[in-house]
Design a protein around this ligand. Structure first.
Ligand code: HEC
Length: 201
């Protein structure tokens, strides 16, 4: 029995070492790539980043003309998410992607409000991908931008999206985020996954 017990303790020791190493690695933030002339490279694999929420602003609730009538699926790059979870702050190099997804259209959908009747009930269901945006924080690289946040779009249309993008002017995007977002230019108030991290549950 003594031999069995020490083997178990040895295993526990090895596991906690692995956890320590993983934490250390996660503190290194995976920042985006840039071209020689300073355009950002489109993220790849972002649908496998940490999914944090899906705001929806349908045309039917915006006088028929919402600026973004689609679902907004938002994902945080995993190393930036781990840093936010550990510290409550967005690190330099943080990448957050927002992919737009059309409301599903079909014969079973209501022409006046765009909702569809499906087996789970009447409502809005996701159709096709329709655009990709990215925000990046880097107070060194973008020292002139409020908060160090820059904003990009790789196209407001079906994939394939553009491979690179130029930053928008500060007043086009950054200013609204600065004025209205809850946590360092990020709209944590609309992302239940991030609120849970902040509230420790
Ligand atoms: C009038 C205010 C406003 C402007 C202008 C604005 N945004 Fe946002 N943005 C929001 C809101 C609100 C959210 C979160 C909820 C949502 O998606 O509806 C958001 C979320 C985002 C997110 C997800 C990360 C986050 O910070 O929550 C990205 C990426 C983003 N916007 C990109 C852009 C880009 C690119 C532009 C400029 C072309 C832009 N935004 C302009 C209000 C704004």
């Amino acid at each position: 029995m003594i031999g069995w017990k020490s083997a178990t303790l040895g295993l526990v020791g090895a596991m906690s070492l692995a956890v320590t190493l993983t934490n250390a690695q996660e503190m290194t933030i995976t920042s985006p790539g840039y071209t020689d002339d300073g355009a950002v490279m489109a993220p790849t694999g972002y649908r496998e980043w940490v999914f944090i929420g899906t705001p929806l602003t349908p045309n039917a609730l915006n006088g028929g003309e919402a600026p973004f009538p689609e679902f907004h699926n938002v994902y945080v790059e995993p190393s930036a998410y781990a840093h936010f979870k550990n510290t409550g702050e967005w690190a330099n190099g943080t990448q957050i992607a927002k992919e737009l997804v059309l409301i599903r259209q079909g014969d079973d959908c209501d022409e006046t409000n765009g909702s569809c009747g499906e087996v789970s009930g009447q409502g809005y269901f996701q159709g096709e991908f329709a655009g990709l945006e990215l925000t990046v924080k880097d107070t060194d690289r973008f020292a002139d931008e409020p908060g160090g946040w820059v904003y990009y779009s790789f196209g407001h249309h079906a994939p394939p999206y553009a491979e690179t993008a130029e930053a928008f002017p500060t007043e086009s995007c950054n200013a609204c985020h600065e004025a209205s977002a809850d946590t360092d230019f990020v709209f944590t108030q609309f992302y239940p996954v991030l609120r849970a991290v902040q509230e420790g549950n």
